[in-house]
Design a protein around this ligand. Structure first.
Ligand SMILES: *Cc1c(COP(=O)(O)O)cnc(C)c1O
Length: 348
């Protein structure tokens, strides 16, 4: 039996991941700094992310659902907490009652379900204006959560990455709720919210994006390090003569002769068609533009200026989250969480 190695991989920088968490923890001041590891650790691999962040000192993790919780629960060290952001459905109850993870109860129905089962420790999400998940801040929240064994009361900012008055509005609503409902800890800020300053930190922050190299606000630039570098192997090198076209729908036609490398990477790997004619690979610091349309499993880059690049060589894909986002129209969140299952995930 040979271990299969894929023709595409993510080089993942564990030092950068831990350094990003340490910076976010320092920026969180007196608040504990947790980590959102939902969506398979934003595409990097939740278990590997969690192991490294626990080593860095992180003690609070957030996933979306109980499938994600089951995947990392066996790794939980003593004193480390795991919260499930979407709460509990009927279908989750058997698992939830036997789990160390806590549901973040979001609806009156979830609260009733948890109470009826004598569920024990839980978290509660309050909606302070995003109108996505949580108990409506305008309701009698104190009465709704009466008798629950709440560890953390949470709310979530809609526009923390923007300079808008709505941040202060949500902060004020959450601050009022805090004075009315007594729990162990209060938590409001995601990555961008951490950069909004001490008023937003409360007892626990919940960064996701910035851990993985995304710059949520200008204040993080120069401090947050890239973590993810996609690489693909060259399947074939070929000559494109002036007048030839390349790829589906012949969207690129050569005006001169080109040398082209066909790479083992496509939209099925999260490198979506928005990169067609706009993305790039990088060799020796030089940018090699993507020519024509990205296919499901393949794409073409111009290697005319790279005579030494050959079949079987590994090539870096330009994936600076800011630049790749501008090129493709995808958000940094989509660029990370879309990274597919075919990559080998290799931690440095
Ligand atoms: C995803 C998520 C986070 C992390 O947000 P980032 O913008 O990635 O830092 C924090 N809190 C909640 C409730 C979330 O759903």
């Amino acid at each position: 039996m040979h271990a299969y190695t894929a023709p595409l991989r993510l080089r993942l920088n564990g030092d950068a991941l831990m350094s990003n968490w340490r910076w976010l923890a320092a920026m969180s001041g007196g608040a504990a700094c947790g980590a959102a590891i939902k969506a398979n650790g934003y595409g990097l691999g939740a278990a590997e992310v969690m192991r490294r962040l626990m080593q860095a000192g992180c003690r609070d993790f957030f996933v979306s659902n109980w499938g994600e919780a089951a995947a990392v629960e066996p790794l939980l060290e003593d004193g480390v907490s795991l919260s499930v952001l979407h709460g509990v459905r009927d279908e989750d109850m058997a698992q939830a009652l036997g789990s160390r993870a806590r549901p973040v109860l979001c609806t009156p129905g979830q609260i009733a379900r948890w109470r009826a089962a004598g569920g024990g420790a839980c978290d509660v999400m309050i909606d302070t204006g995003m109108n996505r998940l949580g108990l409506d801040w305008r309701g009698d929240v104190a009465a709704a959560v009466e008798g629950l064994e709440i560890v953390t009361l949470l709310s979530h900012l809609a526009s923390a990455d923007e300079e808008v008055g709505f941040n202060a509005t949500q902060l004020e609503r959450f601050t009022v709720l805090r004075s009315q409902i007594s729990v162990q800890r209060y938590s409001l800020a995601n990555s961008a919210g951490i950069c909004l300053g001490g008023d937003y930190h409360f007892d626990l922050t919940r960064p996701g994006l910035a851990l993985y190299g995304g710059i949520p606000r200008d204040a993080a630039a120069g401090h947050i390090r890239p973590v993810v570098q996609p690489q693909a192997q060259i399947v074939q090198r070929r000559l494109l003569l002036a007048g030839d076209s390349i790829g589906y729908n012949t969207s690129f036609t050569a005006q001169r002769d080109h040398e082209v490398a066909i790479l083992n990477l496509g939209y099925a790997d999260g490198y979506l068609r928005g990169f067609s004619g706009r993305g790039a690979a990088i060799v020796n610091g030089a940018k090699l533009p993507v020519l024509g349309r990205v296919s499901m499993d393949l794409l073409a880059v111009d290697v005319s200026a790279q005579p030494d690049v050959a079949e079987g060589d590994w090539i870096d894909i330009a994936y600076d989250l800011g630049e790749a986002s501008a090129a493709s129209g995808l958000s940094p969140y989509e660029l990370l969480t879309g990274l597919g299952a075919r990559y080998d995930r290799v931690w440095d």
